[in-house]
Design a protein around this ligand. Sequence first.
Ligand SMILES: *[C@@H]1O[C@H](CO)[C@@H](O)[C@H](O)[C@H]1NC(C)=O
Ligand SMILES: *[C@@H]1O[C@H](CO)[C@@H](O)[C@H](O)[C@H]1NC(C)=O
Ligand SMILES: *[C@@H]1O[C@H](CO)[C@@H](O)[C@H](O)[C@H]1NC(C)=O
Length: 404
Amino acid sequence: MVNPSLRGGFIRKPNETMRLVVTTFIGIVFGFFLGVSFPTLSLTKMNLPSGLFPSIDLTYIEDKYSGLSTRAFFKAFSSLRGNRGDFNQVYSFNDTKIWVPTNPRGAERLPPGIIASESDFYLRRLWGLPSEDLTVTPKYLVTFTVGYSQKKNIDAAVKKFSENFTILLFHYDGRTSEWEEFEWSKRAIHVSVPKQTKWWYAKRFLHPDIVAAYDYIFLWDEDLGVEHFNAEEYIKLVKKHGLEISQPGLEPNKGLTWQMTKRRGYSEVHKDTEEKPGWCTDPHLPPCAAFVEIMATVFSRDAWRCVWHMIQNDLVHGWGLDFALRKCVEPAHEKIGVVDSQWIVHQSVPSLGSQGKSEAGKQPWEGVRERCRKEWRMFQDRISNAEKAYFDSVGIDPPNSTVR
Ligand SMILES: *[C@@H]1O[C@H](CO)[C@@H](O)[C@H](O)[C@H]1NC(C)=O
Ligand SMILES: *[C@@H]1O[C@H](CO)[C@@H](O)[C@H](O)[C@H]1NC(C)=O
Ligand SMILES: *[C@@H]1O[C@H](CO)[C@@H](O)[C@H](O)[C@H]1NC(C)=O
């Protein structure tokens, strides 16, 4: 959907390139003269001319880079200084002060060319050339929120995702080292925070700028059966049918809540359904269309950038989010759908529910369930209040379909 070469700050305007060439040249000349003027500096006590360089406490640096000797560090530092002289221009001349209002907020003092505003979860080596660190560059991210008791299920699920996927596990039970028995665990990212939910982790660790390298982001629960699921095929279908938010169809076994997410045996993808009489006010609206559940959701990069902003910090269960996802894509009834031919089984294992707390004679899972419902109402209220406030502020009557 998005041409990678158009994202990020890699395209430099010609006059910027020119400026860069000029400043680099000045830096080189200046650095050369410095090198000539101060050929011998004490290795242990390097008091650089104040005003030109920040004075550097080498013992501190040595502590930080305990593997490197002072001599090695000084060698590295002086070659940097001699070759580039970058410090000079930044610290000595007022007329080269930088202020770029179009930079990300807070980074206006930096030259745009150095700004890395987006990140990824790629694992790197401590040696060699950075450009040679990655043998494959995963384009997709899959996250599972897991407890160790579901290890068999997760092991089976992870094996469905090739090296084109970064694997990120959120551990809600504090057990991470046990997973080392699995070979794939070494290439996975493990984030361990006890008793938190998928949406809590997502809000904290999957900021759109952090996951910007990934075309698609899978936010999956731990109790999904993946026997009939192939991740690469799934992505092909999602691309083919233009789905920005999707999920695999659910095997229609017991207790399916929604018709929409039920797998159909005869199609690749579906985007709408019929529900029980009276459930849908509009055939283009949830739960008849523009709707997937939150247990095995897959987001495109752009959709995720919107959805992340809609996730509330305190509403951790994500209930109600499924009904609101449609606000992030347009037209929602065409860009949200269910992939039928790559499907999963929802095993409905009570997992995080059992991490609740017994209160007032209620079972732990009852307390969790109650909070889920409460959050759903709160979320709906917040959305409709926010929409009302917006439409009031711009002075138009809200369309009927949004505030419900
Ligand atoms: C740089 O600017 C500061 C205040 O903006 C001023 O006091 C100082 O004299 C200037 N230095 C030079 C070298 O122009
Ligand atoms: C990984 O992605 C590349 C490029 O899209 C593709 O050629 C390759 O088949 C993928 N690997 C697997 C295991 O599907
Ligand atoms: C919107 O609501 C108003 C008043 O409730 C009603 O008269 C109108 O027909 C509704 N419009 C649509 C498109 O449903």
